[in-house]
Design a protein. Structure first.
Length: 254
């Protein structure tokens, strides 16, 4: 008897409407469905299949562009049933919250034109003014987790990646400690107030590494790595000691 679990992991950004207008709210919904829904809906929703909104938009755009049928392949009833429920958990990477609003279409066929959404402002963060993407917006983390619960039948959620970088050269990473406090509190709120079944909270990353977005410039590690020496010396940052105290005492203070 096998007792392991197999699941899918996806990076999900939270998209907040730039204003309370109907158009901006619709833009945020479109961005969600094209980024997260197109992956998660076929697996976790009660009905399966791609989100109706995605199917409708791509079919409409395809017709306008002269295609004989939708560019989004149609799933058969057999395929829908085969895909649905194939993940034991919802694996989540979350790093960013972005404000969005409708965009004007460009020439040609593109996902940008299908979605019709542009980013108008990223939430400011005094701790990482040099980063255009990574921000700590804890209330949005709670909203994101609650949305996963409501859309996808309250799956077990494993947070496999979340974190904030530094530029290297310091072991006193107080901004990362602040990030851990704020976002761990947001997850606890999602669990106890929203009923989300979060099973794990994992920071990226244990050690500084080579990053997709910044090579060796962005340092996400709880441990500093000296990449200029053959031994790649590792030294714990303040955040490593802080996280160790949380795990040892099983509590944290805001």
């Amino acid at each position: 008897m096998l007792l392991g679990q197999i699941g899918i992991n996806t990076e999900v950004t939270w998209f907040e409407p730039a204003t309370n207008s109907t158009a901006d709210k619709a833009a945020a919904e479109r961005r969600w469905e094209f980024e997260c829904g197109i992956i998660a809906h076929p697996i976790f929703s009660a009905d399966g299949d791609y989100p109706n909104l995605v199917k409708q938009i791509v079919a409409k755009r395809s017709k306008e562009e002269g295609f004989p049928e939708s560019r989004l392949p149609r799933l058969t009833a057999e395929e829908i049933g085969f895909i649905k429920g194939t993940s034991d958990f919802f694996g989540l990477n979350h790093y960013a919250t972005l404000k969005v609003k409708p965009s004007k279409p460009l020439k040609g066929t593109s996902e940008f034109n299908d979605v019709g959404v542009k980013i108008v402002k990223e939430y400011e963060c005094k701790d990482t003014p040099w980063s255009y993407y990574f921000r700590s917006v804890p209330w949005a983390f709670t909203k994101l987790l609650a949305d996963i619960k409501s859309r996808y039948q309250n799956p077990d959620v494993y947070i496999f990646e979340t974190g904030i970088p530094d530029e290297g050269g310091t072991l006193d990473d107080q901004h990362r400690i602040k990030y851990i406090k704020e976002n761990l509190a947001a997850v606890v709120s999602a669990v106890h107030e929203e009923g989300v079944k979060v099973r794990a909270f994992t920071l990226w990353s244990l050690m500084d590494s080579f990053e997709w977005r910044g090579g060796y410039t962005y340092r996400f590690g709880l441990y500093s790595v000296n990449f200029t020496t053959p031994k790649r010396t590792r030294i714990p940052k303040a955040s490593a000691l802080y996280l160790r105290s949380i795990m040892k005492n099983r509590e944290f203070l805001l």
